[in-house]
Design a protein around this ligand. Structure first.
Ligand SMILES: Nc1ncnc2c1ncn2[C@@H]1O[C@H](COP(=O)(O)OP(=O)(O)O)[C@@H](O)[C@H]1O
Ligand SMILES: N[C@@H](CCC(=O)OP(=O)(O)O)C(=O)O
Length: 367
């Protein structure tokens, strides 16, 4: 079977500023995706546009700002969005399926494994799964809004060969091209440096929410998971096939293919940390460059009421996040033995493993 390709389409590509779906854009994307599908690829679509599609029907004059209004607009718009896709894909004799996910679903291993099983079966049956955030319950996503992150998490989950993030701009520019027409497009990025983050700036168009910043964040998550990403535009026949072939109108984010095992992906990107552990310089070096586990001796402080098996963030002495890991201790146990030698620890607490975070359950997140 062909490669799995996750395509994310932003609100700005599907709707007009005044609200409502742009049917000809939907027909265009359905055709482009149908070409990939009929070429044997396995396509998963992540789409925004529910709020933008629905707000006018409710009677709001412009895209609502309040979360409960956005939720209501999304509830109306999601049905319109699916109906439009279903009709457009039917032209190419392709069936579609709706999947609504929240960030919390990703942080629960059982729920996300279930979602994966559903996705696998739909893909196997040659349907196109169409995913959006479950906006009725996912208020955080509506507030900070980005289906970009969702698409990267999905791409990692299904082990996609490509993640294509489609937007109204043909890639990442040295500055926001709307503000500076002389900005230059960056063709290829192999590491997301602070400079890249800086030029990605803030939020984007009036109908979209995430802007370039959330797309860069998404590219980072995908790259970490071993999925190369593309951020760009598709507006002419053949553009999507060109994007898959590496000659699209946009920016490519390469991956050195350090494919992370599923467990580490979950620790790093899907789990919700339950606390924080601050470590000293020695422990930081052991974790970041020594390939070692975290022992109580290097711990300076803790925050939160975590339990064995929970994920915590690890912070260095400058307050920077350096990674995440699964703890083998409860918070009170770490508190009791922080800074102590291994022999002393064994005398004071009873734990399944002496490492507070074992190497195999650790992921470095410092860029
Ligand atoms: N450095 C940059 N390069 C390209 N686009 C940028 C940059 N900084 C900000 N942007 C803005 O990000 C917008 C795309 O984000 P957004 O409106 O959220 O799209 P979508 O709805 O597709 O998710 C572009 O229209 C552009 O104005
Ligand atoms: N779930 C929301 C997504 C919000 C949104 O606008 O996202 P995006 O256009 O990807 O920046 C919707 O469908 O309207």
């Amino acid at each position: 079977m062909g490669e799995i390709i996750v395509v994310k389409i932003g609100s700005s590509s599907l709707t007009s500023e005044a609200g409502g779906l742009n049917r000809s854009r939907i027909a265009y994307f359905a055709n482009e995706l149908a070409v990939l599908h009929h070429a044997g690829h396995r396509v998963v679509l992540v789409t925004s546009g529910a709020v933008a599609a629905g707000f006018r029907q409710i009677g709001y004059a412009s895209r609502p700002k309040q979360v409960h209004e956005k939720q209501a607009a999304a509830a109306v718009g999601q049905a319109l969005l699916m109906q439009a896709y279903q009709e457009a894909f039917a032209e190419s004799r392709i069936g579609v399926a709706q999947i609504l996910l929240t960030r919390a679903d990703f942080s629960n291993r059982r729920r996300i494994q279930n979602a994966l099983r559903t996705l696998d079966e739909l893909i196997f049956q040659r349907m196109i799964p169409i995913i959006n955030e479950n906006d009725t319950v996912a208020t955080d996503e509506l507030k900070f809004g980005d289906n970009d992150t969702l698409s990267a998490l999905v791409a990692n989950l299904v082990k996609a060969k490509h993640l294509l993030i489609l937007t109204d701009t043909d890639g990442l520019y040295t500055e926001d091209p709307r503000k500076n027409p002389l900005a230059i497009r960056i063709e290829r990025v192999d590491q997301i440096s602070e400079e890249i983050e800086r030029i990605a700036g803030g939020a984007g168009s009036s109908v979209g929410t995430g802007g370039m910043r959330s797309k860069i964040e998404a590219a980072r998550i995908a790259m970490r998971g071993g999925v190369p990403a593309f951020i760009g535009r598709a507006n002419e026949p053949g553009d999507l096939t060109a994007a898959v072939a590496g000659i699209g109108k946009g920016t490519y984010f390469d991956t050195s293919l350090h494919n992370l095992p599923m467990k580490k992906q979950w620790v790093g990107f899907h789990s919700l940390p339950q606390g924080k552990i601050t470590v000293d310089e020695g422990a930081e070096a052991a974790l970041l460059s020594g390939g070692k586990s975290l022992l109580p001796a290097g711990i300076k402080a803790i925050e939160g009421d975590f339990h064995p098996g929970d994920v915590v963030e690890v912070i260095n002495k400058n307050g920077q996040k350096i990674g995440r890991g699964v703890v083998n201790y409860a918070a009170w146990q770490v508190q009791a033995v922080a800074g102590l030698s291994t022999n002393e620890v064994k005398r004071r607490v009873e734990v399944a493993r002496i490492e507070v975070i074992h190497r195999d359950e650790w992921i470095t997140l410092k860029s």
